[in-house]
Design a binder for this molecule. Structure first.
Ligand SMILES: Nc1ncnc2c1ncn2[C@@H]1O[C@H](COP(=O)(O)OP(=O)(O)OP(=O)(O)O)[C@@H](O)[C@H]1O
Ligand SMILES: [Mg+2]
Length: 273
């Protein structure tokens, strides 16, 4: 089943400038999709369109086969959790605890269960020591952690991360990657859309969409995108560490067809030595 289907979508903030220019793609339920592209290429605009925060008058967005329009936008938004690029814009409450609980309250979660759910997700993002703190006094990365906890706690069908880990340190990013991995394992139907400048993060996804100046310049599954590193470079991206090493070794004649991660690569090289 398609979780998100976008067809000929076009959007302009004003008459001089097209932010999203006739784009089409499908995201299957349960998949993990990355959207990459330079600053100003339209990534956040696309996320806001999918979440129904802004609406386009050209093209169509379907969420689980239902067309997103004014009539059902509120209902469809209930299926999507989004963490925005700028964490400052997403805090409403006076404590971290209330902030993580805010979405749950709107979802009419039993108040008796609420405290436990909030604590569980605060722990998952390593913010349980900060529950009584004021969100505005946190660092950028801590704010992102709290925003992520608030969205994951809602247990939505589709999660959109708009550079949600851009302010985290490398260990923090790895923690969130592992958390997403865990969540997808326990819920194989969870659909994850991640907007990122981190090519290592994009490398973990099943499908990649590359945007430039509001248009899709390339889209494809993991292998299609990462089997041609020269093309990725020519589009202005770094190349993932593992894919770069693997390609260099393959050019030197090593057969690494079924080698898919650094551990397997090390084992293979040790066998060959
Ligand atoms: N509120 C707005 N009003 C007018 N123009 C906007 C607005 N928000 C974005 N734009 C313009 O739309 C285009 C796409 O912006 P968008 O924020 O979607 O890019 P992005 O790919 O998310 O960039 P970044 O990597 O910097 O987050 C840009 O040219 C931007 O200037
Ligand atoms: Mg953006």
């Amino acid at each position: 089943m398609k979780a998100i289907s976008v067809k000929n979508l076009t959007y302009s903030y004003d008459e001089h400038h097209i932010a999203i220019d006739d784009i089409s793609f499908d995201i299957m339920q349960g998949s993990y999709v990355s959207i990459i592209g330079p600053n100003g290429s339209g990534k956040s605009t696309l996320a806001k369109l999918i979440d129904g925060l802004i609406s386009s008058n050209k093209g169509e967005i379907k969420i689980f086969d239902t067309t997103l329009d004014r009539k059902n936008v509120n209902k469809l938004r209930q299926r999507i959790g989004i963490v925005f690029q700028n964490p400052d814009n997403q805090f409403i409450s006076s404590t971290v605890e209330d902030d993580i609980a805010f979405g749950l309250e709107n979802q009419n979660v039993d108040p008796a269960l609420m405290k436990d759910i909030v604590l569980e997700y605060a722990k998952k993002v390593k913010m349980s020591d900060y529950l009584d703190k004021e969100p505005s006094n946190l660092s950028g990365g801590q704010k992102q952690r709290v925003a992520i906890a608030g969205v994951l706690a809602l247990n939505r069908d589709i999660i959109i991360f708009d550079e949600a880990t851009s302010m985290l340190d490398p260990k923090g990013r790895e923690d969130i990657r592992n958390l997403i991995k865990q969540l997808r394992k326990s819920n194989p139907n969870l659909t994850m859309l991640s907007i990122t400048h981190d090519i290592e993060e994009a490398y973990l996804s099943d499908y990649v969409i590359i945007l430039n100046k509001g248009k899709i310049v390339k889209q494809g599954n993991h292998d299609e995108i990462f089997s041609n590193l020269d093309e990725l470079k020519s589009l202005g991206f770094e190349t993932p560490f593992f894919a770069t090493i693997k390609e260099k070794l393959q050019k030197r004649g090593y057969d690494l067809k079924n080698i898919n991660n650094i551990e397997e690569l090390i084992n293979k090289l040790c066998q060959l030595m």
